[in-house]
Ligand binder design. Sequence first.
Ligand code: SAM
Length: 300
Amino acid sequence: MTEGTKAMAEVGSPKRTKDIIARYGFTFKKSLGQNFLIDQNILRKIVGAAELDESKGALEIGPGIGALTQQLAHTAAKVAAVEIDNRLIPILKEVFADTPNVHVEHGDVLKLDLDALIKERFAGLSGVSVVANLPYYVTTPIVMKLLEEKLPLEHIVVMIQKEVAQRMAAKPGGKDYGSLSIAVQYYCVPELVCIVPHTVFIPQPNVDSAVIKLTLRDKPAVEVEDEAHFFRTVQACFAQRRKTIANNLTAFVGKANRDQLGTLLGSCGIDPSRRGETLSLAEFAALSRALLEAGYNGNG
Ligand code: SAM
């Protein structure tokens, strides 16, 4: 074993994590979703799923005390890690003082210009992926920001709450399938990498977790004329899950035009008595197009 691999063996170990926490007198903030990973196998699995090599960059969100960051630094050309908690910045700066391919950025990922950060930090590399153990209280806003801003990413490999991962990867027809599944699958191909028990974190969260890999598509899964309208249509169809599409869409077209809905849905080959959870992305795209053509923009 070389010195390098000996050092790697300690990365993310419970001892290293506890030592750092004790040395800095760090106290966890539940409000920032601080559950640190202490299982090296899971850390390796996350990094492995991201298909990184020495020509690629890794953008990490919420490095904590740097367990995942350290693994990423050994695998990717460069790592940029965005951390909101100013108490963690001096710790990260010290941990990575001798690791020049790690850049620590203090900030709220939801407010940062990530496109500019990617351009500045990863110029000249062959690809960039987001790799993170996300704070669960803001998982969906973070993932939606990454997707909606159309950042130049190859993969998003993230540890998130198990139920949210299942919703992102769900196929039509089940209870997990909803507007989050459609939004994610419009931009990406999802793959559940593994389910993770809550025992591999300190402190332990109350829920189980999962690692999900989202591979960005070259172009969206379906062609739509107006993206905002497509997503408004999806939202409207899921407004009340137990209601039929015809009932849910009544507000979208206005009560006075309800009779036209049956014809419009028929023209798309969609039975008005179906529920939103049974529609494929292609069917939502056809429905959005038909609503637009008929002059219903769903803006109220
Ligand atoms: N990566 C570390 C690990 O796996 O052990 C820590 C993961 S912990 C689940 C989430 C981290 O995200 C915490 O360090 C927390 O302070 C940070 N965080 C929370 N909200 C954030 C935000 N809006 N922007 C950037 N970092 C955030």
